[in-house]
Design a protein around this ligand. Structure first.
Ligand code: SAH
Length: 250
């Protein structure tokens, strides 16, 4: 069996119980060495073959999986955070499909959520934002024109920007051009849940300056929105006047 496993955002104990069990059973582990905490590999059994996918091509990765499968071995493909977010898993799965090989996915805690925990915040606040936009700046990987950050910014919703720590001046410009006020609260979360995590509160116009001051140019999420401020109304769910299936209001 081949299991795609979410390693979580960084802290070793933020992998799921299932993910840890799969690592313990694995004969082969291919881990994303650039971001996965290598301490997770200590859970591997003796003799487990370990590969760092940061040094491999798609073809090399899938050929390791295919030959392990032919030998009846258990393979774990360990991805950072949750594999469904910028994980490039589809292309691996398509190759496995061609060989008629079975695989499963074990979810992980995305850095999106690791960062929210580090910020001690809620992305969805009544009357402020009820939507979370997960996006990135265009880099070597193109972003569809209709998803340009300046278009997404027009919603003024909560926005979490991945893979963009090296393009922060341009990010701010797009955010402001799109409709966020320049003093809209923003946060930079570097290496969320790792020991050397940094959490920086700033504003949309100051994102690049704040990152530079703190020497951050990678492994960060940029998080934008009024939910980071203190202007909000309490939820209906726990309001004494509100009735619902489990509680009668006054
Ligand atoms: N699948 C991963 C994301 C992989 S893309 C997830 O669910 O989190 C890699 C990008 O994710 C990085 O460039 C950075 O923007 C972000 N990232 C990953 N781990 C992070 C962490 N611990 N703290 C902040 N950002 C992180």
């Amino acid at each position: 069996m081949i299991d795609f496993v979410g390693a979580g955002p960084g802290a070793v104990d933020l992998i799921t119980v299932r993910g840890k069990n799969l690592i313990e059973k694995a004969d082969v582990i291919i881990y994303a060495g650039s971001l996965v905490n290598s301490e997770l590999l200590n859970f591997a059994k003796k003799g487990c073959q370990i590969y760092n996918s940061a040094e491999m091509t798609l073809e090399e990765i899938t050929s390791v999986m295919v030959s392990a499968e032919m030998d009846g071995k258990n393979t774990v493909r360990l991805h950072t955070g949750d594999p469904s977010i910028y994980g490039a898993i589809k292309e691996q799965m398509n190759i496995l499909d061609k060989y008629n090989l079975e695989y499963k996915v074990c979810p992980g805690v995305s850095s999106l959520f690791g960062a929210a925990a580090s910020l001690k915040t809620e992305y969805t606040i009544p009357h402020v934002s009820q939507s979370v936009i997960i996006t990135r700046m265009e880099g070597k990987t193109p972003v569809p024109e209709k998803e340009d950050i300046s278009l997404l910014a027009s919603h003024n919703a909560t926005m979490v920007v991945f893979l963009s720590a090296g393009m922060l001046n341009e990010l701010s410009r797009k955010l402001i051009r799109g409709g966020y006020k320049s003093d809209t609260p923003a946060a930079i979360v570097y290496k969320a849940t790792w020991n050397d995590e940094k959490v920086i509160k700033t504003t949309v116009s100051e994102i690049a300056k704040s990152a530079e001051k703190n020497n951050i140019n990678k492994t960060a999420l940029i998080i934008i929105g009024d939910f980071l401020g203190n202007n909000y109304k309490r939820s209906l769910l726990y309001n004494p006047s509100f009735s619902h299936e489990f509680r009668k209001g006054d």
